[in-house]
Design a protein around this ligand. Structure first.
Ligand SMILES: CC(C)(COP(=O)(O)OP(=O)(O)OC[C@H]1O[C@@H](n2cnc3c(N)ncnc32)[C@H](O)[C@@H]1OP(=O)(O)O)[C@@H](O)C(=O)NCCC(=O)NCCS
Length: 178
């Protein structure tokens, strides 16, 4: 299991545009059950938009892969709140960096009940802040053409959005050097 020092300095509490009180923190290795709970409530559309394939549940191997993080190189953040005394994950930001750590690919996922309330925007903001702080220069992502929310969010946050005819999807690119 790759798990360097847990970067607790990246933990924040915030209130989203839609009024949700959330904590944003790096993913922990023992978050797997919370992650599975999030997956259980995702609509097929959300899963498709995030993983570009139709999936019911992540396989054990996929879950293990999603939980395996090198905190020194990558940034995986979860937005959480507390419901009836129990923490739950509302959304996940993932930035997987290339070996040179100058570029990385991001993805975002917010559970259906909390979409459109600013959770994705907060996760993206904090994720890009961490990327910039670490000297990542270019952050890239991909969104399906029908994914208007992600494309709107990316444009708003300053990403250049370009059609990739080979992938039949939009590339989202932001240069953090400036
Ligand atoms: C895309 C996604 C991550 C966005 O997160 P979110 O929490 O729903 O989005 P936010 O509430 O932060 O909205 C951010 C912006 O998106 C736009 N937006 C939100 N809902 C929208 C909608 N239904 N239609 C069009 N634009 C929308 C708005 O511009 C909004 O900014 P504003 O609040 O300042 O107006 C989330 O909807 C999601 O997980 N979708 C499924 C998985 C996915 O698409 N992942 C992206 C692949 S990388």
């Amino acid at each position: 299991m790759i798990m360097r020092t847990y970067p607790d300095k990246y933990e924040i509490s915030t209130i989203t545009k839609g009024g949700l009180k959330v904590s944003i923190r790096p993913l922990r290795v023992d978050d797997a059950p919370l992650f599975e709970d999030l997956f259980d409530i995702l609509s097929p559309r959300t899963i498709y938009y995030r993983f570009f394939m139709r999936l019911k549940k992540p396989s054990k191997e996929m879950l293990a892969k999603l939980m395996q993080i090198d905190h020194d190189r990558d940034a995986v953040l979860v937005a959480t709140d507390i419901k009836e005394g129990r923490e739950r994950i509302l959304g996940v930001f993932r930035l997987m960096c290339y070996p040179d750590r100058k570029e990385g690919e991001f993805s975002l996922l917010v559970g259906d009940p909390w979409q459109g309330k600013g959770v994705g925007a907060k996760l993206l903001e904090h994720g890009l802040y961490i990327a910039k702080e670490r000297g990542v220069e270019l952050v890239l992502g991909m969104a399906l053409p029908e994914n208007k929310t992600m494309l709107a969010l990316a444009r708003k946050r300053g990403f250049a959005v370009r059609w990739d005819s080979d992938a039949c999807a939009y590339d989202m690119i932001i240069d953090l050097k400036s």
